[in-house]
Design a protein around this ligand. Sequence first.
Ligand SMILES: [Mn+2]
Length: 224
Amino acid sequence: EAPYHSIIGLNEHAGTLHYQYYDLKPPRRPRSLLIDAGVRYRGYCSDITRTTAGPDEPRFTALVHGLEKLQLRLCEMVSPGVDYVDIHRKAHLGIAALLSASGLVSGLPDEAVVEQGITRAFFPHGIGHFLGIQVHDVAGKPTPSPEDAPFLRLTRTLEASMVVTIEPGLYFIPSLLEPLLNGPEAQYLNRALIDELKSCGGIRIEDNVVVTASGARNLTRECE
Ligand SMILES: [Mn+2]
């Protein structure tokens, strides 16, 4: 029993978070595959995403591995007493480091890459949400999202037994990148590399993590 419609995106469709229009034919060159899917078990939902690079995509493969390393570090932050917004902010810093390491951005320290809104163009959604009997479970926001995280659905301090998703992403979405490529930030961006990777669409890696009394259990990785 699926708690939501699975998202299966090939190539540039991996960068589109939700769909209205569907391709009916496979692409000639498979460059990437993103699957966001879950099941409902005893009334509780899961919400998991994996991204796979095509067979001849060394640069995109390196980005997938880099984002996965970051995702695992963010999962390790989950613990009682931790402000979930801090995990979101760490994700932006990590994505800034990944953009620099991959050569997509150069000439700016990581903090400035975040402050100038460059990471927000590559990672436009929140780091995750509550998970429970609803996929986006309720009561995540007793206070409005902070200004630097307008789409974050969870702003609470974590407590034991809460279940959250940790789902950083890195996407090549033309409508978000064009303003940067036509603005003063363009000097820091590698347009040729962005153009090359654009048809890979994007990456999202999402696990389901339960807060325990002393840390967390990653329910998704336990099943691998
Ligand atoms: Mn999710």
